[in-house]
Design a protein around this ligand. Structure first.
Ligand SMILES: [Zn+2]
Ligand SMILES: [Zn+2]
Length: 275
């Protein structure tokens, strides 16, 4: 059985635990593949992103645990790179890259998409004249942008803009105009041959009751032959497999027959029954 998480944050960025403690927790919970994805250098825009000094320590810490626990778990070195902070083009030292959108440019200032409902309200009001649809267009354009980057393997939480919309306060999940924008973005990601992440991070933190992407987007991804992987976007080791069983049911219900697994030879397509 494959139990994998490729989206993990440690004390080097905004996670709560040391790398080795996360590895031990993952082994105890039956993971056989664990990838770390510290927020890649994106200063001064993102104070949570790793400093260059911390990035070096992060690499050496990962090298240490990779060797120490090699008989128990496969450890991979990744980065979560932001659409407004492309620093890891050359991919040195990295097994994979997650490309994510956390910021949106509002009148020349980068505002955080997933910080709080108040900030989201302000982005829509001040950046897009109160139009969620215009915001969605700008957001998904950024997602399309990272999906074109050669170093990116996985596109992270593609509908993060819906973080504070669980009760459809901003827009209905089935709004036709919204879906067309999101579907168009998914088409582009598939065209660029990138993996789309199913991400349970907002569930463990109480913002959402379902993973990203929302189920109608997931169904569309499956219809179009898109590739997916399941990640917990873990910031606290006790959440490392949060909502995994439920997400597997959702993924199967959407019709997926395969998921992607990271190996020493890159990403491999594996039957859903192996997970
Ligand atoms: Zn993220
Ligand atoms: Zn993350």
């Amino acid at each position: 059985m494959i139990k994998q998480n490729l989206h993990t944050h440690s004390l080097y960025c905004d996670g709560k635990n040391k790398i080795e403690d996360i590895v031990i927790e993952a082994i105890e919970r039956g993971f056989n593949i664990l990838g770390f994805s510290g927020h890649g250098y994106n200063r001064p825009i993102d104070d949570y992103s790793m400093t260059l000094e911390n990035t070096e320590l992060y690499y050496s810490d990962l090298k240490y645990v990779k060797q120490k626990y090699k008989d128990k778990i496969k450890i991979y070195v990744g980065i979560e790179e932001d659409s407004c902070g492309r620093y890891f083009k050359d991919k040195e030292c990295l097994d994979y890259v997650i490309g994510s959108v956390h910021f949106i440019n509002v009148n020349g200032k980068f505002e955080e998409v997933d910080l709080s409902k108040e900030v989201t309200d302000n982005i829509i009001k001040n950046g897009f004249n109160g139009s969620f649809i215009e915001y969605a267009k700008a957001y998904y354009n950024e997602v399309k942008k990272v999906s074109k980057w050669s170093e990116v393997d996985i596109v992270g939480h593609i509908d993060l803009l819906m973080k504070f919309n669980d009760n459809e306060e901003y827009i209905s999940f089935s709004d036709k105009e919204y879906l067309d924008i999101a579907y168009n973005c998914i088409d582009e990601i598939i065209l660029n041959d990138k993996i789309i992440e199913v991400n349970t991070g907002a569930i463990s933190r109480g913002y959402r009751t379902k993973p990203y992407p929302y189920v109608n987007l997931l169904k569309y991804i499956n219809e179009k032959g898109g590739k997916i992987c399941l990640n917990s976007d873990c910031h606290e080791k006790s959440n490392i497999d949060c909502y995994y069983n439920e997400s597997m049911k959702i993924i199967k219900n959407c019709g997926f027959k395969n998921m992607m697994m990271l190996s020493d030879n890159g990403f491999l397509k594996k039957s859903i029954d192996e997970f």
